[in-house]
Design a protein around this ligand. Structure first.
Ligand SMILES: [Fe+2]
Length: 207
């Protein structure tokens, strides 16, 4: 008998905790709290604006993306396009299950303000969620098994914290559990790599 131990289709995700930067987080809160057009995934790309807080935040995204690409052995000179938007809430909110397959190769989320969590139950039950947490769902098709038992997790919980960044592939489905309210700010940057060189022999086309 021959056995090949294949662990197919793993999903690399990076969680980076930066040093506390209350100045930056405070500036981002002021900025996003007052700019409705930033709080919309189809609104204004924040990277088009020259605010100092956005420039400093971009430096964190640069560091995070570089570290993640190094893990994947994709580092080096690459053409990178990006769209940055905010999710600022004070009232109760949630985000349904979705992905960014169409608009991003990688998605990075930076938390400037989050709820406080005295206990983090990262690998806990699917049916016992804490409020306002990011849930990453196994991208593989449901094989008919109930994988939502403690032994066979088909999800991973990420607890938002100020100064924390999560980077995952755009195809990875995720959701955010309902939060009871309170100030919360997440900034999401969608990255597309090597767009112009992705398809061989394609040329610029205008109508
Ligand atoms: Fe998302």
């Amino acid at each position: 008998m021959n056995l090949q131990p294949l662990d197919l289709f793993p999903t690399p995700v990076s969680i980076l905790d930066f040093d506390d930067d209350p100045d930056l987080n405070g500036a981002l809160l002021s900025l996003c709290g007052g700019r409705e057009e930033y709080n919309d995934a189809a609104g204004r790309n924040m990277l088009l604006d020259g605010d100092d807080a956005i420039r400093r935040l971009k430096a964190k995204f640069d560091a995070g993306l570089t570290a993640h690409l190094e893990r994947l052995r994709l580092a080096g000179e690459r053409e990178v396009d990006a769209f940055l938007f905010a999710n600022f809430t004070t009232a109760s909110a949630f985000t349904p299950h979705h992905n960014h397959l169409i608009e991003a190769d990688f998605v990075a989320i930076y938390y400037a303000k989050a709820l406080a969590y005295p206990n983090e139950d990262v690998a806990g039950l699917y049916y016992a969620m804490d409020p306002g947490i990011l849930v990453l769902h196994d991208p593989r098709g449901d094989a008919g098994l109930d994988g939502r038992t403690p032994g066979i997790a088909d999800h991973h919980k990420v607890y938002p914290r100020a100064n924390r960044m999560v980077i995952h592939p755009g195809y990875l489905s995720h959701s955010v559990t309902p939060s009871p309210g309170g100030e919360r700010l997440a900034l999401t940057c969608c990255f597309v790599l090597d767009k112009s060189g992705r398809y061989r022999d394609y040329v610029s086309y205008r109508r």
